[in-house]
Design a protein around this ligand. Structure first.
Ligand code: COA
Length: 178
């Protein structure tokens, strides 16, 4: 299939069933009524992807505030199998990353994937996501049950502030590099 025109559209009461059907086909996990109720409330954080006017993909995220961090959590991001490798996942992920950049107040964006989902891991790594954790028995009803946490950070938490640097390091920083 050649690359056609892909557009993102809002999720509403009227097309919610299309999202449910798509998720049933694309993901091994079943999402409950609360998931779909919440998706209607998150605005730009949930989108359907249309390929030449047909629904072929969807992305659903939510804001996660925990442990003093504000994070964007990608709950689902997927495309129907015949429509993969056409750049549709990229369009959905870029939409999410643009929201994070525009907002400027997210520490990171993260998601869970089954440890054997090599395609998704490759896909996310292309965008700078890294495996930061392995969660044993994360999934209750599917095999393998273990998940990786993939994360892309927006703040350089490893970098110390000027106050924390020694005088020597400060001098080194001030001197020209060539
Ligand atoms: C992961 C997924 C969303 C990717 O969507 P997609 O529309 O096929 O991705 P794109 O066409 O935008 O691919 C972007 C890049 O990701 C990488 N990639 C995607 N699929 C790949 C594959 N099968 N093998 C290797 N690399 C792959 C490539 O680098 C690709 O760029 P290229 O085509 O120019 O080489 C899709 O495979 C999918 O829906 N999987 C099932 C659901 C899922 O597992 N979601 C992830 C957990 S939320």
């Amino acid at each position: 299939m050649t690359r056609g025109q892909t557009e993102l559209g809002d999720i509403t009461q009227h097309n919610l069933k299309q999202l449910k059907r798509l998720n049933q086909v694309v993901f091994p996990v079943t999402y409950n009524d609360k998931f779909y109720k919440d998706v209607l409330e998150v605005g730009e954080l949930a989108k359907l992807a249309y390929f030449n006017d047909i629904v072929v993909g969807a992305v659903c995220c939510r804001v996660d505030v925990s442990d003093g961090q504000r994070r964007l959590y990608i709950m689902t991001l997927g495309a129907l199998a015949p429509y993969r490798r056409l750049g549709i996942g990229t369009i959905m992920l870029n939409h999410v990353l643009k929201i994070c950049n525009t907002d400027g107040n997210y520490d990171n964006v993260f998601l869970h994937v089954q440890v054997n989902n090599d395609v998704a891991i490759k896909f996310y790594e292309k965008f700078g996501f890294e495996i930061v954790e392995e969660k044993k028995n994360y999934y209750k009803r599917i095999e393998p049950a273990d998940a990786y946490v993939l994360q892309k950070s927006f703040r350089d938490s490893g970098k110390r502030s000027k106050q924390e640097m020694t005088e020597e390091e400060m001098e080194g920083e001030a001197s020209p590099s060539n």
